[in-house]
Design a protein around this ligand. Sequence first.
Ligand SMILES: Cc1cc2nc3c(=O)[nH]c(=O)nc-3n(C[C@H](O)[C@H](O)[C@H](O)COP(=O)(O)OP(=O)(O)OC[C@H]3O[C@@H](n4cnc5c(N)ncnc54)[C@H](O)[C@@H]3O)c2cc1C
Length: 465
Amino acid sequence: MSSSATDVIVIGGGFAGLTAARELQNSGLQTLVLEARDRLGGRTWTKEFSGKQVELGGAWVHWHQPHVWTEITRYGLTLAESGVAADEGPRSRVFAGIDLTDQRHASDIVPQVGWVVGDEFRTGAVDDAVDRINDGVRRVCADAYGLLARPHDPLRIDVSGVESMTVRDRLDSLDLDPDTAVLTEAALATCCSAHLEEVGLLAVLRWYALSGGTPELLWDCVDRYKIKSGTKSLIDALALDAQMTGADIRLGKAVSSVSQAGKSIEVSTLDGESFVAGNVICAIPLNTMSGIKFLPELSSLKSAAIQAGQPSHGVKAWVKIKGRHEYFGAGATSLPFTWLQSEYLLGEDTIFFAFGSDSDSVDLASAESVSDGVRRLMPDAEVIDHRAHDWVRDSRSMGTWSMPGPELMSRYLHGLQQPDGGLFLAGSDVANGWNGFIDGAIESGLSVARRILARQAAPHSGGDR
Ligand SMILES: Cc1cc2nc3c(=O)[nH]c(=O)nc-3n(C[C@H](O)[C@H](O)[C@H](O)COP(=O)(O)OP(=O)(O)OC[C@H]3O[C@@H](n4cnc5c(N)ncnc54)[C@H](O)[C@@H]3O)c2cc1C
């Protein structure tokens, strides 16, 4: 087995890995990216469904997400708005933080909402349902702004009062009426991609604080604006930028081990190749890190964090439903889907997206299972087709987006960000700010690249700020 040498090896070609590779290569360090899959983009994946471009993974971005917004500006990309079908003229968003009443009247479709309390399916006025959700989320996150006034520095203050609390603990402590409780649970569970008792309250408080402490802006940040040309266009732009100055990006290269001896790190792949560099960035999901053998072992704090993992195990599916609808449906985490929302009108049919908090509750490969799940939130729905990727059973992601469990953030985040010799971890899962988002992945890639460049410039300083 021969080894070829380079300055930096980046393991993983998602947003974090490619951002780091672009930064390092553009700064003159020869960089090699090893990506296990046969495509770049990781937990983002732009695909076609029923003639429409859909995102099977990460989709929504916002100008309040500063790192991704910078990249959108840098590469001259534009936004499209969810729920507004350009080919159908202006349409309202059925679920919106802002009042679109006038636009709703411009539509020939009556916006509707349905939700499930116990076994009972209920309907009501859309504005009332949205108000209930916003009220519930406001109360769940009431202390967010005080606790996380600088959310990009989440451990700056003492969070010991809430660090062990789960989202469920907080929700259950509030005296919400049954309709508001279910609608709020549905919205939060959709954000959490897990059961509420699995996710640390701090994770949700951080989202809320990053959104300026208002539910309206939170929804705008997390499910309103997407990149018009697809998330893939930003991944492609990053990769091309890195390659233009000489980065070597290789697909189908699953890393199996990382061995560090002195100032040299050897990275070996499953197909028997090995590469050597002075610095290595491991930019893979936290839940997959135990698949790589690290020698010497990672710090005990990192190993403990990897063993704990992050709990997201939800689903996202695209569903084509007969008829023209403007609708959202909501349900508790006991249902296969917690959220169903119309996205595109397509002639006489409508394309919806659906989220659920437990991939064991719905078989994404089964039309019947998906249809049954959808009909819990929209009993008359006639599901024609669907498309989804099972991110939880995919060995290269083993989860959806990072939602730190209780104490994961306060106990491990800082340790995960510290290098072991020349080895750095990167990724959305270890980001400070929009952890779990494309923005967080870019933030982390930028931070790690800066630290490696600082070390190169002043080898004895450590560069570990
Ligand atoms: C269903 C879903 C919906 C989402 N929605 C949004 C959203 O609307 N907005 C938003 O901002 N974010 C969203 N996200 C989250 C966002 O997509 C991720 O946080 C972000 O893309 C993670 O980037 P990353 O580079 O940290 O990790 P990844 O994208 O996971 O990249 C890691 C890369 O490492 C590779 N890899 C893994 N193991 C190895 C190995 N052993 N050797 C080599 N390579 C390896 C993987 O194949 C992958 O390409 C969503 C995610 C999912 C799954």
